[in-house]
Design a protein around this ligand. Sequence first.
Ligand code: SF4
Length: 381
Amino acid sequence: MNSLFVQFYNTINNRYDLINGFSDTYDLCKTKGDFLWIDENKPYKLPIQKGTVYVSVCYLTQLYIVYQLAIMYPDIKFIVGGPVTNTNYWVGKTLIPKNINIITCTVEEYFGVPNFSYPWKLELPEIEKYDTINYMYTLDNYCYWQKCIYCSFKPIKPNSRTNIDFGFLNVEYTEKQVINLYAPSISPSKLYTLLNKLTYDKNIRYDIFLRADKKIKEVLKKLLIEKGDKFPFCKFFLGVEFPSNRMLKFMKKNNTVEDFLNIIEMLTEFGYGKQIIMHLPFILRWNNLESSDIIQLEQFLSKLDYNKLNFVFSVYPLEILLNTPLHNDYYIDIDEKLYRGPFCYGFKPLISKEQIDLSQQALNLLNNQPVDIYDYTNGFK
Ligand code: SF4
């Protein structure tokens, strides 16, 4: 067939990360063309020279791959959909090739079957044994809070999965799986529906993004008590960003440090002995930190009980993304514009040496904790 449905994957540390954008429409796509997985870190080659390629694109990195393919294959029409259509970017350095067509409708709408409903399915690429596979089961493409000033999660078309069919439980893979039950921030009712129906399997981990919301805490506590040893193996991401009440107010998180500690302390108490990972993402390189913020960060860290709950930290430098309140409503000097290929998605703010020192103090505190830490700050360069 001269029609392909391309999905991307990458392999990091013996782990396959599948960006499986066509799982909800697998049966429909199968009638229109063949599936093709592309390893985003290897030279890309398509098995056709003419025709149509439908691509599910999550990130600008992958849109850049499509951009390169469109230049390599001028007789192929590339129909691009997926989360990247909700990403704010600007084509900065060159023009986008004419054979790329970015669509904001769903696959079903594109093929004229808006009431299409088939099971969620996943066809795995050729995977070596003994690897972990990661894949995604999307619940919502929007966050129910939506007000954090640095966040760009504002989809053109908010979409929410109402029919949760747990199709991922049918994936025949006997090694370790990590399933991202994806919502930028899951709502309390959806969290209850999901975790209530799942059960513990040491080989299946569920990754979930949470807010430190009182209702989320209540739902988790109820399920931890009710399910006991059957509580599923979960990694919870809780964006603490910079845990000082002054900074959280500035960010419009609508959470206080106490809210974060309440949910962490509850998980420490009721999740003790269970396979739970608490992943805390931090943001540094702000241009408005004060020394009192560093003291609050230190106090926050001193309250984490590393013996009773597994913690992982990740640390990101602040990036000012296009069309966020931070970009549009605050005046911030630009240090460097940020590009993926020709696509500009924001800028790195210019900050003073004093501010770099404060971020460095914060990073030193994080590095002194007995946890695995993914540091993406690149020395604040
Ligand atoms: S809670 Fe998370 S997803 Fe929601 S607006 Fe804030 S940063 Fe964005």
